[in-house]
Design a protein around this ligand. Structure first.
Ligand SMILES: Cc1ncc(COP(=O)(O)O)c(C=O)c1O
Length: 498
């Protein structure tokens, strides 16, 4: 309470309602006015003296320090407003320690210029939609939470875990770097050691750091013509000029890079985002050759490596990169959960060190306890077992979606079975007005993304992306039926609905 009284008085001094040299009421008078114990006021005045706001002249009274600068008087009140103190007292139980400032609230706008970025369409907590077939999020209901919490508890109780609560290496917990390097060597063919690994809070941080390391304003970053907007935002923020490169059934049309000589290229070769097309071996070799010759970096985003259903996952570009051109980005957002914010970079050691130095500016270090817990899961093979299990779950969901689409929407959508990824890319029949369909689907609780959402040029194309991983088979069937019911009613509607 005395802190709140003191704060009310300093607020009045700041506003100019109390001027340097002004005499404060006696402690007795103020205590009566506020109906508080006099000791509270004495303690408040002592606090203000200690902080240098007021001075006492013995029996002469207490005065606002004459050393303080004069303020423009906006709202003259000789003493702190009793309402402030009463309001503070009313909120005290609920918001201990926040006092009068909490009552008034922080100004809605800063009193200085700031650059506010435009809002992005990054989804979060949008609960009103029944089915989000628009974002490639895993089914977090299947997160092995017992396994993770056991690992977390083991770590926290160990001496290493307690040490992890200190400031630590910005590269990430050494055990996790070692475990990830081993995983990349054995399951992805990337010849990495722990020194080649940086642990990040998801691939988004990795993208931002890599951009800050590589890209200067005005430089060109080549991107897939349909792609991952959050990555583009990082490049744009650094002042890069984005150059779209075409895609076809073999992935990126590498020849289109002729004459572009970018500073770097951002690609998703395993399951192209959003088309899920696998980049062909010839294109992979052509891209690596060109990067070596023209000395540009390849940012390879391998965001859902494990979820490949037809044959084994294809080795990343980083597995075939003696020239050191590839900066490889991975994430645990799809295997575990996006909210854990765990990702990693594999690159030449010099690049990793550069990224780690940049990371300290914004984030100092990652969540060491979580990192050690996940290292535990990898060392024990539990993460790999979980990924394998989820691969089977998602494959069954993909098949259920495909069956439902063929039954309910055969006339409206055509597609190839995606070899991997956790989304399906489908061509929309010419008769279907896509934007209207998306709108009507939303009204029925199903969000789907049209190709335009992924296009650098912002132009419409007759394709949609359906992300299926987070829903059970029965839910997918319900979602597809809603999509069928949402098809715009035209003369062809019955035929379109299959
Ligand atoms: C292309 C792509 N990269 C990366 C990610 C994962 O991002 P993060 O690791 O920041 O959660 C996603 C998730 O949707 C993605 O689609």
């Amino acid at each position: 309470m005395f802190v709140q009284v003191a704060r009310a008085i300093t607020d009045d001094i700041r506003r100019g309602a109390l001027q340097p040299g002004d005499r404060l009421p006696s402690t007795r008078a103020l205590a009566t006015q506020f109906a508080v114990n006099r000791n509270t006021i004495v303690a408040a005045y002592d606090e203000l003296v200690a902080q240098g706001w007021v001075v006492t002249r013995g029996a002469g009274g207490t005065f606002v320090s004459a050393e303080l600068p004069e303020r423009h008087v906006r709202d003259v009140r000789a003493v702190p407003d009793a309402r402030d103190v009463r309001a503070a007292r009313a909120t005290r139980a609920g918001r201990r320690g926040q006092g009068a400032a909490a009552v008034r609230g922080v100004a809605a706008r800063p009193g200085y210029d700031v650059r506010v970025l435009p809002a992005t369409s990054v989804p979060f907590g949008s609960a009103e939609m029944l089915y989000h077939l628009s974002g490639g999020v895993p089914d977090t209901r299947l997160l092995p939470s017992a396994m993770l919490s056991r690992a977390y508890r083991r770590v926290l109780r160990s001496p290493a875990g307690r040490a992890a609560l200190d400031y630590a290496d910005p590269h990430g917990a050494p055990r996790l770097r070692t475990a990830i390097a081993a995983m990349l060597r054995t399951s992805r063919g990337i010849p990495a050691t722990a020194d080649n690994i940086l642990i990040t809070r998801g691939s988004q941080m990795a993208l931002d750091l890599a951009t800050r390391l590589l890209v200067r304003p005005g430089q060109t970053v080549a991107v897939e013509e349909l792609g991952y907007r959050p990555a583009w935002r990082a490049f744009e923020e650094a002042g890069a000029r984005l150059e779209p490169i075409a895609l076809d059934g073999s992935g990126l049309v590498v020849d289109e890079l002729a004459g572009v000589t970018p500073r770097c290229i951002y690609v998703t070769p395993h399951h192209q985002y959003p088309t899920t097309v696998l980049m062909s071996p010839a294109r992979r070799m052509a891209l690596l050759d060109r990067a070596r010759r023209e000395r540009f970096a390849i940012l390879e985003d391998d965001y859902d490596h494990e979820f490949h259903f037809e044959g084994r996952p294809v080795a990343p570009l980083a597995a075939d990169d003696p020239g050191g051109n590839v900066i490889y980005l991975g994430t645990l957002s799809k295997i575990l959960a996006p909210g854990l914010r765990l990702g990693f970079v594999a690159a030449p050691e010099q690049v990793i060190d550069g990224l780690a130095r940049l990371r300290t500016i914004a984030d100092r270090q990652g969540d060491q306890v979580l990192e050690l817990a996940v290292a535990d899961l990898i060392e024990e093979g539990e993460l790999q077992r979980h990924a394998k299990k989820m691969r089977r779950v998602y494959e069954a969901r993909r098949d259920a979606l495909v069956t439902a689409l063929r039954r309910e929407l055969a006339g409206a959508l055509s597609f190839q079975l995606p070899a991997g990824g956790i989304t399906l890319w489908a061509k929309v029949a010419a008769e279907v007005p896509l934007e209207v369909w998306c709108e009507r689907a939303r009204a029925r609780g199903v969000a789907i993304s049209a190709a335009r959402d992924f296009a650098l040029d912002g132009k419409a194309r007759p394709y949609v992306r359906l992300a299926y991983a987070r829903y059970r088979e029965s839910e997918l069937l319900d979602a597809v039926r809603r999509l069928r019911d949402a098809l715009p009613r035209g003369k062809n509607s019955t035929r379109l609905a299959g």
